[in-house]
Design a protein around this ligand. Structure first.
Ligand SMILES: O=C(O)c1ccc(O)c(O)c1
Ligand SMILES: [Mg+2]
Length: 628
């Protein structure tokens, strides 16, 4: 599989783009003419610079408004093409993209366009070059790959081929199976892009909102399956026009791009088993079975405070690590760790972020296979020395550089092996928390696509639609990644500014991290009562909220009173009901939540988030409330 990415997809100057693209593992680039024009160097120098970066130029583009022109435009278009052929030869590339004409003076007519391409093909062939024709979704006469293919077919010249671009085909909802009838060797290059579904003008959508395959909502996998079925085995090239990417990190966008192609082709291979796809073998997407543990890094003083917080939630100290300063706190099926080691990963995490979640452990069927898939998708693995007799838990790096461990059956004795379990005390404190319902990771808005792709490509998960959460100081966008059975649920919250609670958390904990952990109760009212006995202080919710709730859902006044008395938030949809109880803010804005799901409720109480955030803001230490 040969991979390529258009230089427009990445931010920075040409040199920065090349470094990032090459480091991410691409074989080549599509050079956008403007990137070249803006660069102060001769075409030969640019070509050499690209090859020195270990990359080939897979395509030169775009060449506009060529086919179907009346004279004198027609002659001028051919002159322009000859100039660009000169440039291509100096750069060292043999393929030019001609996009369908948008000029109001163009005449249309399949045969006229085909004749123009036959002549262009002859001129290209004289120099050992090739031209490919792409239908722009907003082309004046040709805006569909089927018509572009008909032009190419009638041009009937070996140096003239078709260029497919998933965006143009999918944006117009053209049936992708029409691609299956095109001979694979007549397709000169395939451009790939996804996009979020937004109802807007096609040109504007294409030029500003494209994203990597798998990051948006288009059926790029179905498109690519159809392309693969033609026998096409040439370059797969990302062509992503995205305002956010233009200002983003060249490195992470290039890494995301490469990951998106590996993920895409892995999916295609599994769904088109008869098509040979040259991609290293890797395990299929991993079924995550739940969260085995959450580990906090702290110093000794803060560890005591954290321990008090755990105790107030009904957890009991259940053991100590055999060789490390790590304590285990347990309740139901939940394991929380407090790590106060003075060296190693947890300690460096503490030094950078303060008291915070430094690692999580996921239950999977096969930990080694999970790491193998993550590696194949370009994730960084994580290793740390283990003491004699202790178990090595395979791990990778996740959001904010945090560690994600994988625990499988082979590690079933983990707690008994690595910990001196003290047992006891369980019955005394239990507040009915049975498992972790979800984790919430807070990040800058620009990172959300990166981590959505990370989770959905490694794990058999789906993303829910993005929702807007209103913080009094700005918007926070929230999207959940979840398994079909809900065993793993992670919400990603993207802050657009530093004054929101989420933005403040990122600023004060120096990076993206887990901002809250939500525990599952099977009886929220019993839990609320038990927690009171443990000394738990619930976040106080505005009384006005309950008046509205009662009216909105037509709640029984007694039921509304019970919610109000316990500061429990409530939501309901066609499937079921949702109850939420919040603890106090801890440290830089970390908190615990307790939820109960009744019936088939699958959401996260987005409608309540605004009121919860307002309540949390009222409880912030006054000196830390950011000034405007
Ligand atoms: O937006 C454009 O003009 C444009 C140009 C070249 C392409 O390959 C494309 O997909 C879009
Ligand atoms: Mg294109």
């Amino acid at each position: 599989m040969k991979t390529s990415i258009a230089t427009v997809s990445i931010s920075g100057d040409l040199r920065e783009k090349l470094a990032a693209i090459s480091a991410a593992g691409f074989d080549g680039i599509e050079i956008f003419e403007n990137d070249f024009l803006a660069f102060d160097g001769s075409p030969r120098d640019v070509g050499a610079m690209i090859r020195d970066a270990g990359l080939e130029i897979t395509l030169f583009q775009p060449f506009r408004d060529f086919e179907g022109m009346p004279e004198p435009h027609r002659a001028r278009a051919f002159d322009r093409a000859e100039r660009k052929f000169d440039l291509m030869q100096e750069l060292g590339t043999d393929l030019m993209l001609v996009c369908s004409n948008v000029s109001p003076v163009s005449l249309g007519g399949i045969n006229r366009a085909a004749d123009d391409f036959a002549e262009l093909g002859a001129r290209a062939a004289a120099r050992g070059l090739r031209v490919g024709y792409e239908a722009l979704a907003w082309g004046r006469h040709v805006n569909d790959h089927r018509d572009a293919w008909e032009v190419v077919r009638r041009a009937d010249h070996p140096n003239v081929g078709l260029i497919l671009d998933s965006f143009h085909t999918l944006a117009r909802k053209t049936d992708v199976d029409t691609i299956r009838a095109i001979p694979g060797d007549r397709i000169f290059i395939v451009q790939l892009a996804d996009a979020p579904l937004i109802d807007m003008d096609l040109l504007y959508w294409s030029r500003h909102f494209r994203n990597m395959p798998g990051e948006g909502d288009l059926a790029v996998t179905d498109f690519m399956r159809a392309v693969a079925a033609t026998g096409y085995d040439g370059v797969l090239s990302l062509e992503i026009f995205n305002d956010q990417f233009r200002g983003g990190s060249p490195k992470s966008i290039a890494v995301d791009g490469h990951r998106s192609l590996v993920y895409l082709m892995d999916q295609v291979r599994r769904r088109e088993p008869d098509v040979r796809i040259p991609l290293p073998e890797m395990p299929d997407r991993i079924e995550a079975q739940g969260i085995e543990f959450v580990e906090f890094a702290a110093d000794e003083a803060e560890a005591e405070e954290l321990a008090r917080l755990f105790a107030s939630l009904g957890f009991v100290e259940a053991g100590r690590h055999v060789s490390k300063d790590v304590t285990l706190w347990r309740q139901g099926g939940i394991n929380l760790l407090i790590n106060t080691e003075r060296e190693g990963f947890a300690h460096s995490s503490y030094l950078v972020h303060g008291t915070s979640v430094c690692a999580i452990g996921l239950r999977v069927a096969d930990a080694a296979a999970t790491v193998a898939r993550a590696r194949a998708l370009g994730a960084d693995t994580f290793d740390q020395p283990v003491g004699p007799g202790e178990l090595a838990i395979p791990a990778i790096r996740g959001v904010g550089g945090g560690v994600m461990h994988f625990v499988d059956e082979k590690l079933a004795g983990l707690w008994e092996t690595d910990f001196r379990l003290t047992g006891g005390g369980k019955a005394a404190a239990d507040a009915g928390l049975v498992s972790i319902d979800h984790l919430a990771q807070t990040m800058n808005y620009e990172e959300m696509l990166t981590w959505t792709l990370f989770y959905t490509s490694i794990f058999a998960t789906a993303k829910t639609p993005m929702v807007d959460v209103v913080d009094p100081a700005g918007l926070v966008r929230s999207q959940a990644i979840e398994t079909a059975d809900g065993a793993l649920r992670i919400t990603l919250n993207g802050a657009e500014n530093r004054r929101t609670l989420a933005g403040r958390f990122i600023a004060e904990s120096f990076g993206s991290a887990v901002q809250h952990v939500a525990f599952e109760s099977r009886d929220i009212f019993a839990t609320a009562a038990a927690l009171k006995a443990c000394g738990f202080k619930a976040l106080e919710i505005s009384r006005n909220y309950y008046d509205d709730l009662e009216a909105r859902f037509g709640l029984d006044p007694d039921f509304a009173d019970r919610l109000r008395a316990e500061n429990i938030l409530y939501d309901r949809d066609g499937e079921g009901e949702y109850f939420q109880l919040y603890g106090p803010n801890y440290g830089e804005g970390f908190f615990f939540e307790i939820v109960e799901r009744r019936g088939g409720y699958r959401g996260y109480g987005a409608a309540n988030a605004q009121f919860r955030i307002a309540a949390q803001k009222r409880h912030l230490r006054p000196e830390t409330v950011p000034r405007r």
